[in-house]
Design a protein around this ligand. Structure first.
Ligand code: FEO
Length: 173
């Protein structure tokens, strides 16, 4: 059974993951509005991954006999200054999520909750990827600078990001 403190913290993380999904949908809509279809696809795929993260957390809370309570999801930003600005915001957001996950691990350890600590290690590893993939796009955008052709190529590349696999959507690795 999860402690009340741990259950509450995990519920807050569910909200953070759902907000992440909402934020990336908003970023996707921004890219649609400026005809960056590849970037819009990349963000929509990211939004889907965030739903998987939320699902994994909810399944775990249920498995441990806790109750998931859904809270209101904050309104995400809708406008950005530039394409670079969006990806920098995505990277900063992932860094924030990483610190939230670290906080959960710290709490699990304080409570000697080894099961939750072990469960959270999947998220610790996932955050390395989450930060790396946003950072990679930021680097590429900086590299091409103001080149329209370069940005066109990046958008084509971002279009290639495929859907998460069925096994992932079931909450497996
Ligand atoms: Fe669920 Fe992008 O962290």
């Amino acid at each position: 059974m999860l402690s009340e403190r741990m259950r509450k913290a995990m519920n807050e993380q569910v909200n953070a993951e759902l907000y992440s999904s909402y934020l990336y949908v908003s970023m996707s809509m921004y890219f649609e509005s400026i005809d960056m279809r590849g970037a819009a696809n990349w963000m929509m795929e990211q939004a889907k991954e965030e739903l998987i993260h939320a699902r994994k957390l909810m399944d775990y809370v249920n498995e441990r006999g806790g109750r998931v309570w859904l809270d209101a999801i904050e309104k995400p930003p809708q406008e950005w200054e530039s394409i670079l600005d969006v990806f920098q915001a995505a990277l900063a957001h992932e860094e924030k999520v990483s610190s939230l996950i670290n906080g959960l691990v710290t709490l699990a350890r304080e409570e000697n909750d080894h099961m939750t600590d072990n469960f959270l290690q999947w998220f610790v590893a996932e955050q390395v990827e989450e930060e790396a993939s946003a950072a990679e796009v930021v680097r590429k955008i900086k590299l091409v600078g103001d080149s329209g052709g370069g940005m066109f190529m990046i958008d084509k590349e971002l279009e290639q990001r495929g859907s998460v696999s069925a096994s992932q959507s079931e909450g497996e690795e």
